[in-house]
Design a protein around this ligand. Structure first.
Ligand code: G6P
Length: 611
């Protein structure tokens, strides 16, 4: 969370940083700020969206060619002008932006207060900038030396970028635990939390690693570790187009990303599924097949929507591969001293590849000798790099805070993994294998068919937009879809929603049912169909309002439900790929109907890089 951008070169820095911050707003959007180097460093910061910075009309915005910017998701201290970044040290020499959390900030602050330092904000960041100043002053160090010493004493996660008065042609950045990308231009350089602010200027990037320091001028990048040893920068070519991170005519990124799904799923399958010859190639699995076929247990670690994809994968892998699977919240797994045995495989699922809890959980598991397989969307991200092997989801950049196309791409990769391993283990017959491949190949078109019904789903959304609560129920493969549907609705519309396995409803949630409660059943044709029909009757008998996601040829549920949303028929193992789409659209249209900012729901951030 929090996004940072910096520029150093010959162009005007202010518009580049402002635009970059807007691209990073999905990482946090409660306050923001920019510092520019003119005659000296000047800072402008405001509570609220990045757009608040557009009114900075000082001359420096026209002249400065060096600057840093920040968009914040509050951790220490409420959103306010004072708590917004950049923060400046007491002697006014150092100005810094920070993404992450300094966990020992309270003790460092105490030390500094005793030495006479004063603070304008409640942030851990202001402590850090003053801590660097103190070390620099006391030892007569250069900024670089002072940062190295300071960062060795800092506990927590950070990316920082620092400007110093007297050094107009230099930025110094450092990273531990939070992401940082350097864009390499001609006579100019860019820094950012991800590549989206950089892509329109250059496709050459360097991903900075933990414990590295980057000293950057317009013509030079020097990378060092905290021990002052030089590191040769590894320049990579970005495989991303500007159009992928723009709205392309849609009202919101979320809607664009929902409609992207036929294409993103095709991208995900491309080069992997050869349906003509019935071959499935997943390089990350193929290179480590025996690890998977001999695995005693698979533990899936993830957060949020990615955790829901993990629940679907549990059902898929146990069914097709007969390997026991556990699905863990990364935040619990990392702290609860889990048992990890040799022969265990950890699958990490993450859209951003930067979620702090997932990252640390994996580091711990790796230390204990587990084999780590990453199912990640963001290429080159921290989780991708930490994994022993992996399969990218290739959904393209996802900007809307609520995850949509990343989820279906995760499901697709996880299904391919289960099919591949199952065949290899011979727990899946060749004929079933071929059947699944044929079904997978049809998924993008079936998603397109569902998207074609968006107007009908919009009507359902408008009908229920005033609801106070919602219940989402499903069984089997559709149970995690119920959880995901409820999460999406909460995120986007702020309507209270809960997801349950349909049979569990009798153990509590049924007490909520009355004529005001909409209950959304994910009720496509599968092994549980008759059971779910009974559950629908139980809700109707108590006057609940029933919305059902049904298979296209369904007549029975259609005759019982108040509203239905149709999806094409598909094998139950792949059903979540389709049944989730109407729930995404429903949440989106309810959010829009309520006049909410669906791309940036309150209090949320897309990439949760603090624990
Ligand atoms: C945040 C996002 C969710 C996402 C979760 C896990 O909460 O708002 O959409 O599912 O983080 O993120 P990851 O990038 O690890 O999938």
């Amino acid at each position: 969370m929090c996004g940072i951008v910096a520029y150093i070169g010959a162009q005007k820095a202010y518009p580049i940083i402002l635009k970059g911050l807007k691209r990073l707003e999905y990482r946090g959007y409660d306050s923001s700020g920019i510092a520019l180097y003119g005659e000296q460093i000047e800072t402008y910061k405001r509570k609220g969206r990045v757009a608040e910075l557009e009114v900075w009309d000082e001359k420096i915005t026209e002249t400065a060619t060096v600057g840093i910017g920040h968009t914040r998701w509050a951790t220490h201290g409420e959103p306010s002008d004072a708590n917004a970044h950049p923060h400046t040290s007491n002697n006014g020499q150092l100005t810094l932006v920070h993404n992450g959390i300094i966990e020992n900030y309270a003790s460092l602050k105490q030390e500094l207060v005793q030495k006479g330092y004063t603070f304008k904000s409640e942030t851990d960041t202001e402590v850090l900038v003053n801590f660097i100043e103190e070390i620099q002053k006391n030892n007569d160090y250069s900024l670089e030396e002072a940062m190295r010493v300071a960062l060795k004493r800092v506990v927590g996660a950070y990316v920082i970028i620092v400007m110093e008065n007297g050094f107009p042609n230099r930025l110094i950045a450092a990273r531990k635990g939070s992401p940082l990308v350097i864009g390499v231009g001609e006579g100019e350089h860019f820094l950012a939390s991800d590549a989206s602010p950089i892509i329109e200027y250059t496709k050459k990037v360097i991903y900075v690693n933990d414990y590295e320091l980057a000293i950057i001028s317009k013509d030079e990048i020097i990378l060092k570790n905290l021990g002052n040893e030089p590191i040769t920068p590894y320049i990579q070519q970005l495989d991303m187009e500007l159009a992928q991170i723009e709205k392309g005519g849609f009202d919101h990124f979320m809607l664009k990303e929902i409609f992207d799904q036929p294409a993103s799923l095709t991208d995900c399958l491309r080069g992997r599924l050869d349906s003509e010859n019935q071959i499935l190639t997943l390089a990350g699995i193929d290179q480590h097949l025996s690890i998977f076929t001999e695995a005693k247990r698979i533990v899936i670690v993830a957060c949020g929507t990615s955790w829901h994809a993990g629940l679907v994968a549990e059902y898929m892998i146990e069914a097709l591969c007969r390997i026991p699977v556990e699905v863990e919240y990364a935040s619990e797994f990392r702290y609860r001293n889990p048992v990890i045995n040799s022969g265990d495989v950890i699958i990490a699922i993450s859209q951003s590849g930067e979620t702090a809890d997932t990252l640390v959980a994996l580091e711990r598991a790796k230390e204990q000798g587990a084999f780590i397989f990453g199912v990640v969307n963001a290429v080159g991200s921290s989780i991708a790099r930490l994994s022993h092997a992996g399969a990218y989801t290739h959904a393209g950049p996802e900007i809307g805070v609520a995850s949509t196309k990343a989820f279906t791409a995760q499901l697709t990769v996880l299904a391919m993994m289960a099919i591949k391993i199952g065949l290899e283990k011979k727990t899946l017959s060749v004929s079933e294998y071929k059947r699944y491949l044929a079904e997978l190949a049809l998924i993008p078109d079936k998603v397109k068919t569902i998207l074609g019904t968006h107007q009908a789903i919009k009507k359902v959304a408008i009908h229920y937009a005033a609801a106070r609560d919602f219940l989402f129920l499903g069984r089997g493969y559709n149970f995690p879809v119920a959880l995901e549907g409820a999460l999406k609705l909460k995120e986007i519309s702020y309507i209270h929603a809960e997801g349950y396995p349909a049979a569990e409803m009798k153990h509590g949630p049924i007490a909520l049912v009355d004529e005001h409660l909409p209950v959304l059943f994910i009720a496509t044709k599968d092994a549980y169909y008759e059971k779910i029909v009974s559950n629908i009757q139980e809700i109707k008998a108590r006057k609940g309002k029933v919305i059902a996601v049904v298979s296209a040829d369904d007549t029975l549920i259609r005759s019982m439900a108040d509203h239905v949303m149709e999806v094409p028929e598909v094998d139950e193992l792949l059903a979540p790929l389709l049944s989730v789409i109407p729930t995404q659209l429903l949440s989106y249209y309810i959010g829009v109907e309520l006049g909410l900012d669906v791309d940036k729901p309150r209090n949320l951030a897309k990439s949760v890089t603090v624990e």
